[in-house]
Design a binder for this molecule. Structure first.
Ligand SMILES: C[C@H](O)[C@H](O)[C@H]1CNC2=NC(N)=NC(=O)C2=N1
Length: 169
């Protein structure tokens, strides 16, 4: 059994360093890959534009983990993380968005998002100072956790066990 470790405190990464891969910490059943068959994302620190208020090695570690989980993508030349969420009903979608909005209030941090029926596209980026910050990685992970609790729909390519489902009103 591989242990899940936190990034090494005090670890310094220089531009171009690869963040050392560590096992995923997503809850069991949500993961769709095995360690044996799927190589980890190798995110170079130079691919990220970290907000100057954040600890670059922490943001790099957390962004690597989010990319490894397979849902989030880098966008805006490394200044943002984006992904789409789907739920069975508009009510479930709205409840998910309300949960995220409550955490936004607590964190004083806001998404760029769009919603159409049961699909919600979310981008996390920090406007000031510009770049990807620890608030963005926190909010991205928060979205994943709430979506799991609220029964998000995962396509077959996102979840090997799940049959494709059709949204209902
Ligand atoms: C004063 C207030 O905390 C700031 O304006 C916050 C509000 N929410 C924010 N959200 C995001 N995504 N980026 C910011 O820079 C930001 N700034």
């Amino acid at each position: 059994m591989l242990s899940v470790s936190k990034p090494v405190v005090g670890m310094t990464l220089r531009p171009g360093d690869l963040y050392p891969w560590r096992p995923l910490s997503a809850p069991a059943g949500r993961r769709r890959r095995t360690f044996a068959t799927t190589p980890p994302a190798r995110l170079k620190s130079s691919e990220l534009k970290v907000s100057s208020n954040s600890d670059a090695s922490r943001v790099l570690a957390e962004a690597t983990q989010l990319l490894d989980d397979g849902h989030w993508r880098l966008c805006d030349q490394g200044e943002g993380l984006e992904r789409e969420f789907r739920f069975k009903t508009f009510k479930a979608t709205w409840d998910f968005m309300n949960d995220v909005a409550a955490e936004c209030k607590a964190q004083r941090h806001h998404p760029e998002w769009t919603n159409v029926f049961t699909r919600t596209h979310i981008k996390w980026t920090t406007h000031s100072p510009k770049g990807l910050s620890a608030k963005d990685t926190h909010m991205a992970q928060f979205c994943d956790d709430v979506a799991t609790r609220r029964g998000e729909l995962l396509s077959a390519s996102q979840d090997g066990d799940a049959a494709p489902e059709t949204p209902k009103v």
